[in-house]
Design a protein around this ligand. Structure first.
Ligand SMILES: C[S@@+](CC[C@H](N)C(=O)[O-])C[C@H]1O[C@@H](n2cnc3c(N)ncnc32)[C@H](O)[C@@H]1O
Length: 296
């Protein structure tokens, strides 16, 4: 089988890379793009240094730096700082994209494409216009809320214009594949003509722009179901040999705020997301794991 060549945009700590491995893809990640040095270092730790790094200076556009960043920011790390020829030269089969969700999240200002953090995503959409070797497959992931944004409409219009077929989904791991985690997310899969999707038997919700957004995976098969074994518990996903004491919540905090914590144990069948709110807020930050001890 020929290895699939992937560009991983907004690579973070490598969630898409890991998902590709878990799905058993025979793939090569050609390049992983992220502006965040900490994320890039974690990515390197997880997958090696090869894919994360500098790009050839001749492909860096002379763009105005986003007003969110200091003018000295190295442009080679910004996706919007790279020209069409750069992306074309990779001849990638697949683009994966998890663009910043702050412009779309229901808890935010929802400025969509007007938010400077959307700039890189809009740049990638524009790049598709003039590519000689566009990717055959595109995967976009974002928060619930993206599906009603103007960026989603721009994405869909651009895909239609450049010859892609696509399907959209709102999925959560617990309902979809039996993984004990609630994280409702928007996903879009696109295939370049003449590639198409198998016909879908049922449809569920009907959100904007006359499109269909599935809340299940219409092509799920027995192999796929194996990723989420029946009756999975959190223990199935925990690393062993970890010194939990260094992460322990102090007794003082537990006594004061424990009653609002979302506490789960290794045998729980649900969990919610981790957030950056830990240490800042007590309620709504995400889950806390309690140890299970047998008392004799
Ligand atoms: C939603 S997170 C993606 C998380 C990723 N899927 C993972 O598994 O960790 C978005 C990422 O985009 C990066 N990012 C934001 N704007 C960017 C830009 N203009 N160019 C490159 N990376 C950017 C952020 O640093 C962040 O890591």
């Amino acid at each position: 089988m020929v290895s699939v060549k992937v560009l991983e945009f907004y690579s973070g700590i490598g969630g898409m890379h890991y998902a590709a491995q878990l799905a058993g893809w025979d793939c090569e990640i050609l390049k992983a793009f992220d502006i965040n040095d900490i994320a890039n270092n974690v990515y390197k730790h997880n997958f090696g240094a090869k894919t994360v790094g500098q790009v050839n200076k001749r492909h860096i556009l002379k763009i105005a730096c986003s007003n969110l960043l200091p003018s000295s920011f190295p442009l080679q790390k910004l996706i919007e700082g790279l020209d069409v020829a750069y992306f074309d030269n990779w001849r990638a089969d697949v683009w994966t994209m998890s663009p910043p969700c702050q412009p779309y999240t229901r808890l935010g200002l929802q400025h969509g494409s007007q938010d400077p953090r959307s700039k890189s995503f809009l740049h990638l959409l524009t790049v598709l216009d003039t590519m000689v070797h566009p990717p055959s497959y595109i995967l976009v992931e974002n928060v619930k809320g993206f599906e009603t944004s103007d960026s989603r409409n721009l994405l869909v219009n651009q895909l239609q214009k450049t010859g892609y077929n696509f399907q959209e989904f709102l999925l959560t791991p617990s309902k979809t594949v039996g993984i004990p985690n609630s994280r409702l997310r928007y996903y879009l899969l696109a295939k370049l003509n003449p590639l198409t999707f198998a016909p879908v038997v049922t449809q569920i919700t009907t959100p904007p722009e006359n499109s269909i957004i599935y809340d299940f995976i219409p092509f799920v098969n027995e192999d796929f179901k194996l990723y989420g074994k029946e009756n999975n518990v959190i223990r199935d996903y925990l690393e062993s040999n970890v010194n939990h004491d260094v992460y322990a919540v102090p007794d003082k905090t537990l006594l004061k705020n424990g009653y609002v914590f979302d506490i789960v144990t290794p045998s729980s069948r649900h969990s919610c997301c981790f957030t950056k709110g830990y240490f800042h807020y007590a309620q709504g930050t995400g889950m806390y794991q309690a140890e299970e001890r047998v008392c004799v």
